[in-house]
Design a protein around this ligand. Structure first.
Ligand code: FAD
Length: 296
């Protein structure tokens, strides 16, 4: 695939940025500084994750509500089914609706202890497809769901995972955001399979700029993402050189995006890990420039 040069990329992109809710005051400052830096790129939306087991219920709510209130951004709240009855989820989503939040990223979630099997709450939702249905009945939210180019680890097989994605979209979600992946062909193959299954909703690649290779290796093992051998090689010897690591990281993520762009992708979702620079630099290389005045 012939990818265009960076200088020829027109910035005709839709981007979205994902953040996690901060735990401490210092992390809160870092998050808000990241939001300030990224706001001028006019993301289509920004989203805030929901901690394992619903552990960040308050913090996610407060962060999303503050973004909705204090910035021009469209804020989306992640929400999971873990350890919550349908009535509790209704309470959470009613509060979002009241706070002016109109977009939910609906997920099943994982149990709080890594490696354990998901057990639905006795009064709760079995999975994301049911959650989407429940949300649609409650309020006319815009809903995004998760998709897995390398198949979700709990899936019976790849086809059943695609069937599940179709159920989520048929239940009322309007787009899917993918788990991170590192080879463009992984995404292109998935896009073809999804299209062959009759799914025509937007499938947005989730881009993870890798600044901590060891952490990404651990995460990838848990979520079935292949870490190519060449990537390990490129991070070798950089453990004590954080700035060099950042440069390598930005280069790899930008190359992935450039190849995705060459394959027709125009929507990108960035896992920012609450740091703006990597995502900003990649968007810049793709030709995106500030579109709205920076926040005061
Ligand atoms: P589901 O779509 O419900 O699927 C779960 C598994 O069950 C899949 O293997 C599916 O194939 C299988 N399945 C479902 N229904 C059936 C059926 N009828 N028959 C057979 N198999 C079935 N986690 C968090 O805790 N907080 C977050 O904020 C968060 N944000 C995320 C954002 C994105 C973009 C992504 C990709 C993931 C995110 N996750 C988050 C992780 C997610 O919660 C986990 O991957 C979780 O294990 C699955 O969630 P899901 O919504 O994809 O589940």
């Amino acid at each position: 695939l012939d990818a265009p040069l960076y200088a020829d990329l027109a910035g005709d992109l839709n981007v979205s940025f994902e953040f996690f809710p901060p735990k401490t005051e210092k992390m809160e400052e870092q998050l808000w500084s990241a939001i300030e830096t990224l706001t001028p790129l006019a993301p289509k939306f920004v989203s805030v994750t929901y901690g394992a087991g619903g552990s960040t219920r308050e913090r996610t709510h407060n962060t999303v509500a503050r973004i909705a209130k204090e910035t021009p951004l469209s804020a989306a709240a992640h929400l999971t089914c873990v350890a919550a009855s349908k009535a509790e989820i209704d309470e959470v989503v009613d509060a979002y609706w009241e706070a002016g939040v109109r977009h939910i990223v609906a997920l099943r979630g994982d149990p709080p202890e890594a490696g354990c099997k998901f057990e639905p709450h006795p009064e709760g939702y079995q999975g994301a497809a049911e959650l989407v249905e429940g949300l649609r009945k409650r309020h006319p939210f815009e809903i995004s769901v998760a998709a897995y180019p390398e198949t979700h680890p709990d899936a019976l097989n790849a086809q059943s995972d695609i069937d599940n994605l179709k159920r989520k979209l048929d239940a009322g979600a309007s787009r899917a955001i993918t788990q991170f992946f590192f080879e463009p062909d992984t995404f292109f193959r998935f896009r073809d399979t999804v299209a062959a299954a009759g799914i025509d909703a937007e499938i947005i690649p989730g881009i993870m700029p890798v600044s901590n290779f060891a952490a990404v290796q651990r995460m990838s093992a848990m979520c079935n993402t292949d870490v190519p051998g060449w990537m390990g090689k490129l991070f070798e010897g950089l453990d004590d050189l954080p700035a060099a690591r950042q440069l390598v990281s930005a280069t790899l993520a930008a190359e992935l995006c450039r190849k995705l762009y060459a394959g027709g992708v125009r929507d990108f979702h960035f896992y920012t890990l609450n740091r703006a620079e990597l995502s900003y630099a990649i968007c810049h290389l793709l030709g995106l420039r500030p579109q709205v005045a920076a926040m005061a």
